[in-house]
Write a protein that binds this ligand. Sequence first.
Ligand SMILES: [Mg+2]
Length: 279
Amino acid sequence: MAAMSARWPAELNRVGEQHRPAWSGEFSRPAEAIAADICGAPDKWALFLDIDGTMLDFAATPDKVRVPPGLGVTLGRLTRSLGGALAIVTGRRILEVDRLFMPFVPVASGVHGSELRSEADGVIEFLAQPITDASSLAIQAIAKRHPGVVVETKGAGVAVHYRAAPHAREALDAQLQSLVDTSGRSLIKLDGCSVIEILPCGFNKGTALETLAALPLFKARRPIMIGDDFGDDPAFAAAERLGGFGLAVGRPRANRSRIEFEGPANVRSWLANLADCLD
Ligand SMILES: [Mg+2]
């Protein structure tokens, strides 16, 4: 189990000592401490959850991910117990979120902050213009040069997946950077786990979390963001600015020393335990 970083706020040490939960041992100390504090005061906290690499294991392509039975039900239970203060913060489109977790239709931010659903079962707002046909075609043309690379067009952004062609990463990165450089600052490039995303400038998971946290359901609660990738870093920072915490999932990255969950199975178990505790 990942050891607690020395950088972790001392406050959580105290929380962990006071409310050591029954499932101690399976989770890192900060994850235990946070869960215990949420159980003790569910009206004080809000949960923000990434999907891929956080709650779901990666698959060969995004449409092939497997949603373990019961995960949507667990998320629904948590949402009720937290008074509605649970949101999905993802790079996927919100319609894709619904397909995965049906019949759970959560508050959500999609495509790195460029799509928003501010009420469960509510309408989806598109905060950014769709990517232009010219940019989309240019990205498709770049991807075609690399067999095995999969392009996922998703409204305001495009994800270029190279999981099946890892050797293409460097060339893809350079070619997509060149496209972004000629976009007149309308697009940015974001590196992820076996994916390079081209996104509208001005949107990221940090803006997503801030927008959601300002909604009445989430206001005056401390945000907990759980995520696994570079794209989650702005959301971790936003959560911390708002008095909460970012909990990282998976292998250490160069720019991140804090890993609080071993992988998606560990996150799912933590969420299920938390739901039981709150019921
Ligand atoms: Mg992720």
